[in-house]
Structure formats: C-alpha cells, structure tokens
Design a protein around this ligand. Structure first.
Ligand code: ADP
Ligand code: MG
Length: 349
C-alpha cells in the first residue's frame, strides 16, 4: 500500500504483536467492559452477577480452507464450532451466533444451502440460535465471519491470566490430529492435480480427517468440570498450536511452565500419519494447530479430581516466571517452548 521509507512488513511483527499494537490504544473505558481484546472472548457485564462473552473469527478461502477437499456443509459446521470453542474457553455457555458471508460469482444458491445446512447442524448440536449476520458479494472466493455470544456468571469466567505457581496444566483430548489430517488432504490434492485418474487414498485415517474437516468444541469437558465444582485458574482453547497457547497462558499469567513430553496425548492415527510424512508426532502435537482442545490449569489440590477424569490429561505444572517455559523430554535437556503456530500473515499477499 504505502511506500513510506519506514515501512514494516506484516510478517516482521507476526500476528500476535500486530494485534497487540493495534489494540493497545483501545483499553476499555466503560465499566461494563470487564475484558477487552486479549483473551479468547471479550467479557461484558450485564448488571447483576452475570456477563456476556463475545468472540469473532474470520475464515477466508485459500487461507483457512480449500474447497477442493473441504465440503461446504462441513465448513459451515466448523465455522460455528471454532467460535464456540472460544466461548467454552472462557468457561461460558454459548447462546447466539451471527454469520456474515462474502461470496463470489463462483458460488450458486445450492452451495450456500449446503454451507447453511452445516451451520444449522452445529447450531442444533450446541443449542445456539443464529440471530443475524450480513451478506455481500466478494471479488475473491468465500469469506465467512462468525461472532458468537455466550453467557456466564461473572465469578465463573476463566481468563488466560489466572495460572498460579504449582498449578497443574491439563488438556482435553489429543493434539496434532487436525494438522496431520490437513497434511494428508494436501498430499492427496497434489497427487490428484498431477494425475486426474488417481483415487484419493484416505482409508484408515477417518479420525484425523474428521478432526480437520468437522471439529467439535469441548462442551463436555467444561460441563464435567462444573459438575465436579472445579473452576480452572486459567483456560484457553488450542487453535494455534499447544506450544503457542501454553506461552499465552505463561505470558498473561506471568508464570513459567514445565510440560512433560510423554504426557502430551497423541492419537494413534496422528502418530502413524506423522511417521509416514517423516514428521515428529510431538512437533505436530505442539505446533500443528486447529485442535480446538482446551488447555487449562487447576490448583494442585485438585490432582485427585482431575487425574481420574475421562478425556482429561495432566501434562505438566506451572513454575516461577524466572524458570521459563520448557518442554521436558523423557531424557536429555529441557527444550524451550517456542510459538511456531500458524503465521497466517505469511501466507497472504
Ligand atoms: P483466538 O485464537 O482465541 O481466536 P486471536 O489470537 O485471534 O484469539 O485474538 C486474540 C485477541 O485479540 C482476541 O481477544 C481478539 O478479539 C483480539 N483481536 C484479534 N484481532 C483483532 C483486531 N483486528 N482488532 C481488535 N482485536 C483483535
Ligand atoms: Mg481461542
């Protein structure tokens, strides 16, 4: 755009530093704005002990999804789910969504029916109402922006900033599956492009394909913790890679962490596919992204309660900030956690 001599390229800052720079001048001024930009969702007080949470995500064709292998119905479902995941990460219950779309001439009415069938399915499954949105034509492909609203008692909200020294670090589900599913789809796409007669070889990998094409948000885990009367001290959903999200918790809570490599849950299909690609399964698990699992901390006193919970694993603990954020392999030296995550800004033009 500009030819200023002091032009800084977007990738030089990276997504997180760019967001910090842009939102810095917008510190909340109203008493209702309990949390502005900087967590999984904004928190807005509604007078009594209750609050609303609000979060929004943008999905762009060619950046976040490729329609050569992404069915529109799945895409609609996923667009809702990824937003609900941010609501659950605040320990809140999603209630409404709005959906805005930009559509190029390539798409027909029936395509959008498909997209909205997926949106409807997700709304039904997660008991949320679609209450509006916006529709526009677009010069380039398909754009979907979803905003999700949720509700909670103010005292139940979990921020990224509440982790305390000695807290246990817990996760739901497993990691790296969506990333390996994506690698598989991309490989089959390349094969198909070079030989149109080739049939995609996807058998035996249904789980990792589902994790990329039709992810779910971890409602069950949030409800299970509430039933057990456990309020996490901090929580975040894992969209940019476990490593990156651990660093968000550490930075926002001003703490360090130790995560034990062999405790990180990895599904069999993820490990198998990673081996086929010559990728270390732990690299996929730590840096892959799009897992939509929850990462949270609980006080050490909750060890017994969380240790036995189905689908939840303790992977490490919180330490003093000066000890830094490290991964502990079964043998050898500790490895400093780095946020490789997605750098969406590198892919664009
Ligand atoms: P998540 O991965 O949980 O969706 P993001 O990394 O996308 O979170 O965003 C981090 C925080 O920055 C969120 O609170 C989000 O609302 C805010 N944010 C992101 N982009 C912008 C923007 N362009 N303007 C204002 N706030 C933003
Ligand atoms: Mg999030």
């Amino acid at each position: 755009m500009s030819n200023k001599p002091n032009r800084t390229e977007l990738y030089e800052l990276g997504e997180f530093r760019l967001i910090d720079r842009l939102t810095e001048p917008f510190k909340p001024t109203l008493p209702e704005t309990i949390m502005g930009a900087g967590d999984d969702a904004a928190v807005i007080s509604i007078g009594d002990e209750s609050c609303l949470v609000v979060t929004t995500d943008l999905l762009l064709e060619g950046i976040h999804f490729d329609l050569t292998y992404f069915p529109l119905k799945h895409l609609g479902y996923k667009a809702i789910v990824v937003n609900l995941s941010d609501v659950y990460a605040m320990n809140a219950t999603p209630t409404q969504v709005t959906v805005s779309i930009g559509i190029s001439k390539r798409f027909c009415v029936e395509d959008l029916d498909e997209l909205y069938a997926g949106i409807k399915l997700a709304c039904e499954r997660y008991h949320v109402d679609l209450v509006g949105g916006d529709t526009s034509s677009s010069m380039t492909g398909l754009t979907i922006s979803v905003t999700a609203i949720g509700k909670a008692k103010m005292a139940d909200i979990t921020y990224r900033s509440g982790a305390k020294i000695n807290d246990l670090i817990c996760v739901t589900g497993n990691f790296g599956a969506a990333y390996m599913g994506l690698q598989l789809l991309e490989r089959e796409k390349r094969i198909f492009e070079s030989n149109q007669a080739a049939k995609p070889q996807l058998e035996g990998y249904d789980y990792i394909l589902e994790r990329i094409l039709k992810p779910e948000a971890r409602r069950g885990a949030v409800e299970m913790l509430a039933r057990a009367k456990i309020k996490p001290t901090s929580m975040i959903d894992v969209s940019d890679g476990l490593s990156s999200e651990l660093l968000h918790i550490c930075k926002n809570s001003n703490v360090g962490c130790r995560v034990y490599m062999e405790k990180i849950p990895i599904d069999e299909q993820t490990a198998k596919m990673a081996n086929e690609f010559g990728i270390d399964p732990y690299t996929a698990a730590l840096n892959g992204g799009e897992d939509y699992e929850l990462l949270f901390t609980v006080p050490l006193s909750e060890f017994q309660a969380v240790d036995g919970m189905e689908g939840i694993r303790i992977i490490g603990h919180i330490v003093e900030p000066k000890l830094g954020a490290f991964l502990v392999p079964p043998s050898g030296e500790e490895i400093r956690l780095t946020a490789q995550g997605w750098n969406a800004l590198r892919n664009g033009q």
